[in-house]
Design a protein around this ligand. Structure first.
Ligand SMILES: [Zn+2]
Length: 268
């Protein structure tokens, strides 16, 4: 699984990676920004989540999507993760892909009040920033002609289809660094939008759920190096074992050596 995070260019400098260990919960890694409890990420049980914006017409008060991502990362499998999303009091439009180490993949699109589910059966599955579920199309804002969600989706789908059967982390890295159609490309370099802002790919995360390894880059994927973050050391231990071990740590601490996961190489 993987996701690029496109946001206002100024947000690039705020991107952080968090590795979090809390008593009685699986360890997790997430790409986020200060003040955000979680976005795309994976946990030590092999459950991953991505989340990207959609534009529905029925926004309402509810639970913000970043809290849902964080809750998903306490799940033991993809079905549990999907249940977190479908049973939550929603508030806005987002697309979530959840997956687990057994190969189960589920896509959940949400609007302000409703959600639609795709059970992923194809070898590759791509989602960008427009609603596609038939039951939700009546709640979708028209696709912004200034945007590039359709182009990016088609390009990513084409890139990944061409490598079906041989997809690995480097395949996804190449796709995330792609500049075909620039500036309407997957790797976005200050793409101008109607608001006057410029949209940049501020970071990306690729997750190997079976190996429990995340590959994170801060900033443009084409310019940074992905840093590998392994949660594998937790996998072979029984849940009670890592729970006991976790008691030696305070909540919300970073990695065992005390370093932020983006530190070390100095490149991400
Ligand atoms: Zn680029």
């Amino acid at each position: 699984m993987g996701q690029t995070w496109d946001m206002f260019a100024e947000a690039e400098k705020t991107v952080i990676g968090m590795r979090i260990r809390i008593d009685d919960e699986p360890e997790l890694v997430t790409l986020a920004y200060p003040g955000c409890v979680g976005m795309m990420g994976m946990n030590s049980l092999g459950v991953g989540v991505t989340g990207n914006n959609l534009r529905p017409t029925d926004a309402q008060p509810g639970v913000p999507w970043t809290f849902l991502c964080r809750k998903v990362l306490t799940s033991e499998n993809a079905e549990d993760a999907a249940r977190v999303l479908t049973e939550a009091p929603l508030c806005s439009g987002h697309n979530f892909i959840v997956g687990d180490a057994k190969g189960v993949g589920i896509d959940i699109e949400t609007t302000g009040a409703r959600c639609g589910r795709f059970d992923i059966s194809e070898p590759t599955f791509v989602h960008t920033n427009h609603i596609t579920h038939p039951s939700l199309l009546s709640l979708a804002e028209p696709i912004d002609p200034m945007g590039c969600t359709v182009e990016r989706g088609c390009r990513l789908d084409s890139l990944l289809r061409s490598e079906r059967g041989n997809i690995d982390v480097s395949s996804v890295q190449r796709a995330f660094r792609d500049h075909e159609g620039k500036p309407r490309s997957v790797c976005s370099h200050d793409y101008p939008v109607a608001s006057g802002n410029r949209i940049r790919t501020c970071g990306a995360l690729i997750m190997n759920l079976t190996q429990r390894k995340a590959h994170m880059v801060k900033g443009l994927p084409c310019q940074g190096e992905f840093e590998e973050i392994s949660l594998a050391s937790i996998v072979t231990e029984k849940r009670s074992a890592w729970s006991n071990e976790a008691t030696t740590y305070r909540n919300h601490r970073y990695a065992r050596d005390g370093r932020h996961p983006c530190e070390g190489s100095g490149k991400t």
